[in-house]
Design a protein around this ligand. Structure first.
Ligand SMILES: [Zn+2]
Length: 175
């Protein structure tokens, strides 16, 4: 099943419209034999808790505009995961996070659709606890930053299944 690459028809090597899907993550060119693998994109998210409350961001843009997500984003080329998270939360929230203070908080996978391409992602979570709520300044891709006790998060407003799964794990761990 050509899940990701149905819009890709033209071969970047020979220019003919002879690309064919090879399963969900690859294409090949019937004319010249060119092959392309659409590998997963890596994303990092911050699980920031202060006094039992979790920080969520309300997405200002699609996909999932208006719904709740974790702060974070895609890892850039040649970037360490912790550095990517530091950069993303600084951009999104004006929040300065010390990469050395982050602890591994689990992983998962997600589907992120943008401009007719579905990116399958590998999501890595980092946990951080702070003694008090930091001052936040939302960028224009974040509609709001909201704090919730784990048992009061509105599950129907979560942006992606991976967000719901991760919150379920956090609730289990806090019991
Ligand atoms: Zn070709």
């Amino acid at each position: 099943m050509a899940l990701n690459l149905t819009g890709f028809r033209y071969c970047p090597r020979c220019g003919r419209s002879t690309l064919q899907a090879d399963g969900p993550k690859a294409v090949h060119c019937d004319h010249c034999g060119y092959r392309y693998f659409h590998n997963v994109a890596v994303a990092v998210s911050l699980l920031l808790q202060v006094d039992g409350q979790l920080l969520l961001t309300r997405r200002a843009r699609d996909p999932a505009a208006g719904l709740l997500d974790f702060p974070g984003g895609f890892v850039d080329q040649e970037e360490r995961l912790e550095e990517a998270l530091r950069r993303e939360v600084a951009e999104e929230l004006g929040l300065a996070v010390d990469p050395a203070a982050l602890s591994y908080g689990g992983s998962g996978h997600n589907r992120y659709r943008f401009e007719e391409v579905t990116y399958l992602t590998a999501d890595v979570f980092f946990s951080l606890e702070l003694p008090e709520r930091p001052v936040l300044r939302c960028a224009d891709d974040v509609a709001a930053a909201e704090w919730y006790p784990l048992d009061a998060i509105p599950d129907a407003e979560l942006a992606f299944p991976i967000v719901a799964d991760t919150i379920r794990e956090l609730r289990k761990a806090s019991c």
